[in-house]
Design a protein around this ligand. Structure first.
Ligand code: GLN
Length: 491
């Protein structure tokens, strides 16, 4: 039965259809694997009982001929998505014990399509981080290890580190994520899995704990490009409850993966060559470019001159929006409340005890940037820089269909590294943040192992609403790279 966890979503759907196995069996196999790899701390809350109940219902539903896009498929759900009556923490102490009385639109869509929830995956607190180390519930461990230092535990990336690690360790067939500045793409790269952040507005944010509302976008992780295409279609769509969700039809993304990239033009942004970037990241990028050329695509160098301002703009805009969004956690409506008799003290102590250091840092930066007298100098200025970053991309897309870039300037690093230097940690997102500011779709595909035996990926960035070309090129890249390596710790 254990090989059930090696199937892709596509294969599992086929097996369920042919009655080779049931969703209950498929779900149980994943619950067993979750037990086996508990040490990775990929889940904050496991929900095996709910999963088996959903699987049983799905088997009945299938027998009656009513089959959703993800009928019977067991998934991990990032703990940022509100799930009815199931603890939703956002990785924070301040939401410990919070059981929403509503279901996010994304999880509603997934459940309507027959998906099964195995549990809520670990994440950086309020999705602020690049290493999963800011989670109140302990860090997730990347299932990959360095060849020469097999004892050293590595970060899975962040903030959706639990989802990426769970997919890499076959503790679910796919998992939801959210990406504000790279939180799907960077962990995909560190964990050797495939993940997509769609265009801003493609998936509803309703019921997703808010970090930076103008940037947050739900997306997904899986082990193949095709699986992501099936997954994204099941979760996306217009939602009147989210005013920023777009009223656009959701295409059959999987149909776009036709292997044909002849005549496509791939832009290579020269600003993504940064000083001190490891040679193997550059080599992997060059190999990706060569693969796509050999498959009939044309590559052109493009310039995105305002890339250098993206990081600074992001670290004004994201904390500013976060400081406003997080004002609602006051000990009255959610989670633990400090036992203080004076109301003002209750607020202060609840927040002081409830939030971790990184969240407090962002609230302070954001409050400062929005304060009177500084608003124009910081927030407005950052919004102007954001517009220039978007214009760079739109100009590049006049001469190319998609862009090919590294997803991150490094492979997974040891837990604890970069902890004393927030700026260094922030730089891990240098290649994902620009597309987030511009609201563009971005996908990461694992392509190679570095000399330490760790996965490296490549990122495809597309035009707004053109996930289809992103999937098409990502699918071709996946074929050419033929990345089949598995984390050593799990073999
Ligand atoms: N690492 C980035 C940050 O800390 C992005 C996180 C995210 O995309 N949620 O803000």
């Amino acid at each position: 039965m254990s090989t059930l966890t090696d199937l892709t979503i596509e294969q599992a759907l086929e097996g369920l259809k042919k009655k080779d196995f049931t969703s209950v069996e498929l779900t149980q196999a994943h619950i067993d694997t979750m037990d086996k790899h508990k040490n990775l701390n990929a889940y904050i809350t496991e929900t095996p009982d709910i999963a088996l109940e959903q699987a049983e219902k799905s088997d009945k539903k299938r027998a009656s001929g009513n089959v959703g896009l993800l009928e019977g498929i067991p998934l991990g759900i990032k703990d940022l998505f509100c799930t009815y009556d199931v603890q939703t923490t956002a990785g924070s102490h301040i939401l410990e014990g919070f059981k929403p009385k509503y279901e996010s639109t994304v999880t509603t869509n997934l459940f309507n399509n027959g998906a099964v929830m195995l549990g809520k995956t670990n994440m950086d607190e309020f999705a602020m981080g690049s290493s999963n180390t800011t989670s109140y519930y302990g860090n997730t461990i990347n299932p990959w290890r360095r060849k020469d230092e097999p004892e050293t535990e590595l970060v899975p990336g962040g903030s959706s580190g639990g989802s990426a690690a769970a997919v890499a360790a076959h503790m679910c067939m796919g998992a939801t994520g959210t990406d504000t500045g790279g939180s799907i793409r960077q962990p995909s790269s560190y964990c050797g899995v495939t993940g997509i952040k769609p265009t801003y507005g493609r998936c509803s944010r309703w019921g997703v704990v808010a970090f930076a509302s103008s940037l947050d976008q739900p997306g997904c992780f899986a082990r193949t490009v095709k699986d992501n295409a099936i997954f994204l279609r099941a979760m996306a769509g217009h939602d009147p409850k989210d005013s920023t969700s777009a009223d656009k039809p959701v295409p059959d993304f999987a149909a776009a993966i036709d292997g044909n990239i002849k005549g496509k033009t791939i832009g290579i942004p020269k600003e993504y060559h940064i000083d001190g970037m490891p040679e193997e990241i550059i080599k992997n990028w060059e190999q990706g470019k060569k693969w796509l050329e050999d498959a009939g695509a044309k590559t052109v160098e493009v310039s995105l001159p305002h890339t250098k301002y993206a990081m600074a703009a992001y670290y004004i805009i994201a904390p500013a929006e976060a400081s406003s969004n997080l004002a609602r956690y006051d000990g009255v409506r959610y989670g633990p409340r400090a036992n203080e008799s004076v109301l003002r003290d209750m607020y202060d102590v609840t927040r002081a005890e409830g939030f971790g250091d990184e969240v407090k840092r962002r609230i302070m930066i954001g409050t400062y940037a929005l304060s009177s007298g500084y608003y124009d100098a910081y927030y407005i200025k950052a919004q102007k820089a954001r517009r220039l970053v978007l214009q760079d991309f739109m100009r590049a897309f006049e001469i190319c269909d998609v862009l090919l870039t590294p997803p991150a300037p490094s492979a997974a690093f040891p837990i604890g590294q970069n902890e004393d230097d927030p700026i260094k940690m922030y730089l891990e997102d240098a290649f994902t943040i620009p597309a987030s500011l511009a609201g563009l779709p971005g996908m990461v595909v694992p392509t190679n192992l570095n000399s330490q035996g760790l996965p490296l990926g490549l990122q495809i960035i597309g035009r707004p609403w053109d996930e289809e070309n992103v999937f098409r090129v990502a699918g071709a890249l996946e074929n050419l790279a033929n990345f089949t390596a598995r984390p050593q710790t799990l073999l």
